[in-house]
Ligand binder design. Sequence first.
Ligand SMILES: NC(=O)c1ccc[n+]([C@@H]2O[C@H](COP(=O)([O-])OP(=O)(O)OC[C@H]3O[C@@H](n4cnc5c(N)ncnc54)[C@H](O)[C@@H]3O)[C@@H](O)[C@H]2O)c1
Length: 361
Amino acid sequence: MQPLKVAIIGCGWVAGTQAREGFGALANLFELVACCDSVAERAQAFAAEHGIPHWKTDLDAVLAMPDIDVVSICTPPMLHHAMAISVLAAGKHAICEKPFTSSLALLDDIRAAEARSRGRIMPIFQYRFGQGIWNIRHLIHSGLLGKLYVSSAETAWRRGPDYYRVPWRGKFASELGGVLLTQSIHIHDLLLWLIGPVRAVSAFKTTRVNPVEVEDCAVASLQLADGSLASLTATLGSVRPATRLRLCFENAVIERMAYDSDAIRPGQEPWTVTPRDESLGAQLAAQMRGASQIGSGFAGQFALFHQALREGLPFPVTLDDARASLELITAIFRAQETGAVVHLPIDAASPGYDGWVPSAR
Ligand SMILES: NC(=O)c1ccc[n+]([C@@H]2O[C@H](COP(=O)([O-])OP(=O)(O)OC[C@H]3O[C@@H](n4cnc5c(N)ncnc54)[C@H](O)[C@@H]3O)[C@@H](O)[C@H]2O)c1
């Protein structure tokens, strides 16, 4: 297969990271041929920085280029749905940044558009692509850990007033939410990927750190389909950044404690497994050595994206994964609003299906 020809839409922070650490690190698989930003100087500077031959100022101009295979949507969250629909309508493959969109209804709309298209769409959750969490997931699926009792996931990061100078941040209409949509969405995806699905949610959220419209602190209690319980904590006011995951199984405790600059790489090693006894420990270690080897972050996700297109396989992150993420967010907002326990799955007949963004409901 020739390298896939890629266009990046929205030439901001994450686009640069995708270009450097993702597409740029896989030059045998991808060729960056176009970029697009509504601000012409940004598109032009991005093209120059990454050696991209074409730059545009609107998505339609990119979609009119016949040789583009893949469009990576790196624009602010409120634009993801409309852009995903346009890319699929043009028959091209789409990659879409988190948060995927603002409701389960809009996600299902994108799913229907994909069914009508020659193109396919992959949501981004690049935190999954780390050898540490890959080994742990392999271990969990072996059944050797026994019954899961409780888990916890903590996203304690820090954002100050500077962060909100970017105009789309801090507002429901453009960011779609706060810490739950933008930061802890990654960590909650890791937990769901390891031990989901979720069956019931109770939650509180509030805004205490910065004077913004969206939440910057949240907690939730979950009941999982396997009967285990989990707690989530998220804040943007932690003086020391930390990401912590802890899973207490019958036969072992699994932990990842990531501090400071490591807090944004929880999928990477070191994960620790503390077994019930030594002989089981050797068995668990041997099991983990059987996990497949994967690349890190965007390069890991994009390499498997390419393989999936080559071999007709499911993408490494699917619409069902994006749905599970948005369903949890829907449930947390709904639990806060009603003060009641919210039961999952949330379907088209359920309250909350049309999302949590006040103006969109
Ligand atoms: N996966 C991750 O780890 C990660 C990290 C950061 C951001 N993100 C996500 O990526 C998205 C972008 O975030 P960012 O921090 O890069 O934002 P950013 O503000 O740095 O960049 C967004 C760019 O999109 C451009 N833009 C706005 N409207 C446009 C339009 N109609 N057409 C073309 N370009 C347009 C803006 O001019 C800007 O240059 C968000 O959804 C964010 O949540 C993901």
